[in-house]
Design a binder for this molecule. Sequence first.
Ligand SMILES: [Zn+2]
Length: 74
Amino acid sequence: MHEMDCSDAVAKMCDFLDRELSAEEIAMVERHLAECGGCRNAFRWEGSVISLMKQCAQEKAPEGLIGRLMDGLD
Ligand SMILES: [Zn+2]
């Protein structure tokens, strides 16, 4: 079985924000977060969506998505 590493987890979380993950992929992310304290800290939802989005923006900068989230979180 493929073991998700931290960069995989970041990429999957970016997809998750775009709602493009299957239930199976979400489960893989959740399993990685359960096992990886670093990602758990990075991806903690309370107040850290912005930092996650910054990581995502470095990878593919989804058009308009960051602005929508910023508006929703403000
Ligand atoms: Zn990790």
